[in-house]
Design a protein. Structure first.
Length: 647
């Protein structure tokens, strides 16, 4: 039995120089896990794990039926509690080896860039920039091409991805310690400290259950997504854009001067979207109230991250107006801010008269704090009207205007390096995330939309037998209600809905209407980017799309909203009101894929729908359901029909 437990588990491989650091790191982590298993589970657990490890290692090197039979018999004879501990030991071990492999990939990437500074690593951003130049694209053409890319990462609560946030946090901290451990400047005492810290985290991981003691709720899924947004994406996406800009500037020297002058060459190549808190197809726990809470929690994270960044800038931006010139517009803005905050509120940070950047940032920080308080009060529901938060930022555009004001003053005083640093990164984050962080998309099955529309039209006396109508008649009726000249009719329909007794509509329909009402309130309060898409699962006919659009319009009209007409959370409905949400059909069966060209053609031929489409930039997004299509027709048929439908 190896004295270091799992330390020898990489044996049997041919170890080359490039894999040696990985194997050493796996042995190190395995040895520490072995110590933890001895301490936490005793010698019996350690011996059992070692026996399984050595047998599987032997089988990997060369299959032996006798060894396999012995291993099977040993595992079958383990008492259940011990068997569970053995399984957990290997679960933790594989987490650690995966972490080591991720760390090794980053190590190899850095090593390649260090040893080959003038070569582009395959599939890297530098390789992309050089490929554009090699294909004969001029600097402006390459920049336009990249600017016109639109890559959207959609975050979902996938059931196969069940790692707890606590476990993810432990693994993230372990990764950082592995980075520190390989720093050649660390002293032996520091190495001992790092080892003890890693062992502490492995022990914590062992004592932490892989699953929760209660069934996960949608809010747990949201917390998990927010963890990744905070820990990775909020900083990672801006860094990606910065790196792509640098590589374009290296490949095209004419772009380098623009970059060094403080210009951002790229804004939003990669964007985030989220279904968490909005995907109610088959999940009754996703309610309108939960969608609203998800929106508020996302905004809270964005605000807190901006407050952290502004406070850091405040600590650094001590430029004195006695040493460097400051733009008159910045000085005027500082004076206006401080007059609006007179007398200064409790907790307001005061700075010297000759430090205008700090004074401006202090006012910005306070306006963010007021917005944070306002947002916390709003979490009670979209009908709430919090008081006492005057002076807060009303939109991300207002916040951006203040950041740009500081940037212009810095650039005018030869502060390009400062403007490109922390301030530039904050500006890029606001460009990417606004105050909403990521748009939440609302998804529901077409049947649910259809039943809700039938109930609404029946209860309001518009059409008592909507579900019995043929498709052309449905399109005609929905088109009339959605047509721009008849929006007042739609407003009247909303008014009649608000006056109905509670039992006039089913709970499912009222909940769906509340969802669209919450979406409209979010767009008015948080900006149109906060909720901008309504997905229609199992879309079969043009009417499926029109039904969702009609319900979204009723939500915008505030059919049951407690706030008075004309309030900020209830925008007026008129002929010039843009479409509240993009409606995106999801085509998910073989028959629907075959009919999709004709279905979309009929939809685009409707004047009322085309008017809404123009307010979405003239682009109709269509989703293709790969998994459901495969369930319907099998892998080969599904991929063939998907190919034909896309063409």
């Amino acid at each position: 039995m190896a004295s270091d437990g799992l330390a020898a588990s990489t044996g049997g491989r041919k170890t080359g120089d490039r894999f040696r650091p990985l194997h050493e790191e796996v042995r190190f982590l395995g040895a520490l896990l072995g110590e933890v298993l001895r301490e936490q589970g005793g010698e019996e657990l350690f011996v059992a794990v070692e026996r399984v490890r050595l047998a599987t290692r032997q089988l990997r090197q060369g299959f032996d039926g006798r060894v396999e039979q012995e291993l099977t018999g040993f595992l079958s004879g383990l008492p259940t509690p011990l068997a569970l501990q053995v399984a957990r030991a290997f679960t933790v071990y594989f987490e650690l080896t995966n972490l080591a492999e991720q760390h090794h990939r980053a190590r190899r990437r850095r090593e390649y860039q260090r040893l080959h500074p003038h070569q582009a690593q395959p599939a890297s951003l530098r390789a992309l920039a050089l490929e554009l130049r090699a294909r004969g694209l001029a600097a402006g053409e390459a920049l336009d091409l990249v600017r016109n890319l639109s890559i959207e990462l959609v975050l979902t609560a996938h059931p196969t991805e069940a790692a707890r946030r606590t476990v993810l946090g432990i693994l993230r901290d372990l990764y950082a310690l592995l980075d520190r451990r390989e720093n050649p400047r660390t002293t032996p005492a520091e190495q001992d400290e790092i080892r003890e810290r890693i062992k502490e985290l492995i022990t914590l991981r062992w004592q932490t259950s892989e699953i929760r003691s209660r069934r996960p709720e949608v809010i747990d899924e949201l917390r998990r997504v927010l963890f990744f947004m905070d820990a990775t994406l909020f900083d990672g996406l801006p860094t990606l854009h910065e790196a792509l800009e640098r590589e374009l500037a290296r490949a095209y020297p004419e772009l380098a001067s623009r970059l060094s002058a403080g210009e951002r060459l790229l804004v939003q190549v990669v964007r985030l979207r989220s279904w968490v808190g909005g995907d109610r197809d088959g999940n009754p726990e996703v309610t309108a109230a939960l969608t609203w809470e998800a929106l508020c929690r996302q905004r809270d994270l964005a605000i807190r991250r901006y407050m952290r960044a502004v406070r850091l800038l405040m600590a650094r931006f001590a430029q004195s107006s006695r040493l460097v010139p400051v733009s008159p517009e910045l000085m005027a803005s500082v004076a206006a801010d401080e007059e609006a905050l007179s007398p200064p509120p409790l907790g307001f940070i005061r700075w010297s008269e000759d430090e205008p950047y700090r004074r401006k940032l202090a006012a910005m920080y306070w306006r963010l704090e007021l917005l944070r308080r306002h947002n916390l009060a709003l979490q009670a529901g979209w009908h709430e009207r919090p008081e006492g938060t005057a002076g807060r930022y009303r939109s991300a555009q207002e916040f951006m205007a203040d950041l740009r004001l500081i940037e212009r003053s810095l650039l005018a005083a030869r502060g390009q390096a400062i403007a490109r640093g922390g301030l530039g990164r904050l500006i890029r984050q606001v460009e990417l995330f606004g105050f909403h962080l990521a748009p939440i998309e609302v998804r529901q099955h077409s049947d649910v939309y259809g039943h809700a529309v039938a109930e609404v039209l029946r209860a309001t006396g518009v059409e008592p037998r909507y579900e019995a109508l043929e498709e052309p008649a449905r399109q005609g009726l929905l088109g009339r209600l959605l047509d721009a000249p008849n929006l007042q009719e739609l407003a009247g329909l909303s008014g009649r809905l608000a006056g109905l007794p509670p039992r006039a509509l089913s709970q499912a329909t009222r909940e769906l209407l509340r969802t669209f009402e919450a979406a409209a309130a979010a767009r008015a309060e948080m900006g149109p980017q906060s909720v901008d898409t309504c997905l229609v699962s199992m879309a079969h006919e043009p009417s499926d799309v029109l039904e969702a659009l009609l319900l979204a319009r009723l939500g915008e009209a505030g059919w049951g909203m407690g706030s008075p007409a004309g309030s900020p959370l209830r925008p007026p409905l008129g002929a010039d009101t843009p479409a509240p949400l993009r409606v995106v059909p999801i085509v998910e069966t073989i028959d629907d894929l075959r009919a999709a060209p004709a279905t979309l053609g009929a939809l685009l031929a409707l004047p009322a729908f085309r008017r809404h489409l123009s307010s979405w930039g003239g682009v109709l997004e269509v989703m293709l359901g790969y998994s459901d299509t495969t369930k319907d027709g099998g892998y080969l048929a599904a991929n063939w029909e998907l190919y034909r439908a896309q063409r």
